[in-house]
Design a protein around this ligand. Structure first.
Ligand code: ATP
Length: 461
């Protein structure tokens, strides 16, 4: 709540700023250079000094712009100098919408700490953990707790976290992917937590877009925040479009999509690693089986897989053990598929079983940092232009470049047009900001694979 102190409209200047210039502790700058990170991204340049000063900050910066380090680095620095001997709860909470993001933030914090050689304890908790494990993890207590809002509510309800301890100990609260937290159904959890957050606690809100949900959260937990909206983020559509992703499309029938995908991968017309997005879980499995017939090894990622499998697949993909990952973009289909499946199930018992199958804390598109993805393929077009932006944002992250290829059926041309008009409305006239026909895939190349692919499809179906 409280008066805003906006510094809106900052431009993304292409200047190189090293982390030491931002006032970061040499242990952290050393750790960053060991991780191969030398210069700060624009959001890091702006946010780190303000957070070190103790300001509440709302940081809106496009997907892949390095928001995680923008808050973790100053958070660690502050905790380096904290005397935690009397605290009875974690000093910092980082709240994210999904388990995958918990794991990601947790790993980034650990990777820095490993090189800093500082004894800070970071734990991650998700709602599926047994309460005894939660109690064990919170004993100590840790310095940083990375979790989802629902899990914090569970910890409080089951007595693993005392509200009086939160009031005494919490000095920093981060709401990451803030534009998603409410849509994941965490509003009540956050409202309830806000009543226990002490007035002196520094609150940070990180988000890729501005929305009414972000405004709600801002009012709920922040005090007189500095609002960083780099390059007029949130005011111009151009700001949310990843500029270093070259975007292409291929128009084809639904029937020919598998064939086109095969041609792209088999003829190596796109660079690895490749992330393929589909709208349904079944199609994800189908593509994997299809590619397998051609000796292309891939994995699927979707809300039906158990959490451990998902984390394992992500870890293996990030470690480079395979190059092709087929992800069902849960944000748009999760509810639809859940409803469809529920409709098919008549008995109460089986409905309960099915409900447990799709995981509410699952999210593939938003926030997940798939390492070294060069190409994003939309096998199915997403259902909105916002979904499109988030998908292609899985490549071209930080200072890297990437490519996206969308397979567009006649029925999906509407979405392609929507995305194109979004891109055309942006301020930038850079050619990379428009979707061009994919130049490398000739009709001959596709036809050369058709016979074999059709045999396999017939045999497979
Ligand atoms: N200064 C930097 N230089 C090079 N790479 C960086 C830098 N900062 C972060 N990265 C890397 O860039 C990638 C994207 O960062 P991060 O996940 O924090 O982006 P984000 O803004 O949170 O994106 P999203 O909104 O999609 O969650 C990560 O792999 C991270 O390690």
């Amino acid at each position: 709540m409280g008066r805003e102190n906006p510094t809106e409209g900052k431009q993304e200047e292409e200047e190189d700023v090293g982390f030491e210039e931002l006032g970061l502790d040499p242990r952290l700058t050393r750790a960053l250079s060991k991780l191969g990170i030398a210069k700060a991204t624009p959001i890091q340049r702006e946010a780190i000094p303000l957070i070190l000063e103790g300001k509440d900050v709302v940081a809106r910066a496009k997907t892949g712009s390095g928001k995680t380090f923008a808050y973790i680095l100053p958070m660690l620095q502050k905790l380096f100098s904290e005397n935690g001997s009397t605290k009875t709860a974690p000093s910092a909470f980082v709240l994210v919408p999904t388990r995958e993001l918990c794991q990601q933030v947790y790993s980034e914090a650990l990777s820095l700490l490993e090189f800093c050689r500082v004894q800070l304890k970071v734990v991650q908790l998700t709602a599926s953990m047994p309460i005894t494990d939660m109690r064990t993890a919170l004993a100590g207590p840790p310095d940083i707790l990375v979790s989802t809002p629902a899990c914090i509510s569970t910890c409080i309800a089951k007595g693993a976290l005392q509200t009086s301890s939160i009031k005494d100990s919490l000095s920093m609260l981060v709401l990451d992917e803030a534009d998603l937290l409410l849509s994941y159904g965490y509003e009540d959890d956050l409202k309830s937590l806000a009543t226990h957050v002490p007035r002196r606690c520094q609150c940070l809100l990180m988000s890729a877009t501005s929305s009414t949900d972000v405004e709600k959260l801002k009012k709920l937990v922040l005090h007189n925040p500095v609002i960083l909206t780099l390059s007029e983020m949130g005011q111009s559509k151009d700001d949310i479009i990843p500029k270093n992703v070259q975007q292409f499309s291929i128009s084809c029938s639904n029937h020919d999509k598998l064939l086109n995908l095969l041609a792209l991968l088999k003829l190596e017309l796109v660079q690895k690693k490749v992330l393929v997005f589909v709208n349904s879980i079944d199609m994800g499995f189908r593509i994997r089986l299809f590619l397998e017939q051609f000796g292309i090894r891939s994995a699927v990622l979707n809300a039906e897989l158990p959490q451990n499998s998902r984390l394992h697949i992500l870890a293996e993909f990030n470690a480079g053990l395979f190059d092709y990952l087929i992800a069902t973009d849960g944000s748009q289909t999760k509810e639809k598929e859940q409803k469809q499946k529920e409709n098919q199930i008549t008995s109460k018992k089986s409905r309960k079983k099915q409900k447990q199958k799709l995981d509410a804390e699952f999210g593939v598109v938003r926030g997940i940092d798939f390492k070294n993805v060069f190409t994003v393929i939309n096998f199915d077009m997403p259902q909105s232009s916002a979904g499109y932006i988030h998908r292609i944002g899985r490549t071209g992250r930080a200072f890297n470049t990437g490519v996206s290829v969308s397979l567009v059926s006649p029925a999906e041309e509407v979405i392609l047009e929507e995305v194109n008009s979004l891109l055309a409305d942006g301020d930038s006239e850079e050619p990379s900001n428009f979707i061009a026909p994919f130049p490398l895939l000739t009709k001959n190349a596709v036809e050369s694979l058709r016979y074999r692919a059709e045999v396999i499809q017939t045999v497979g179906s």
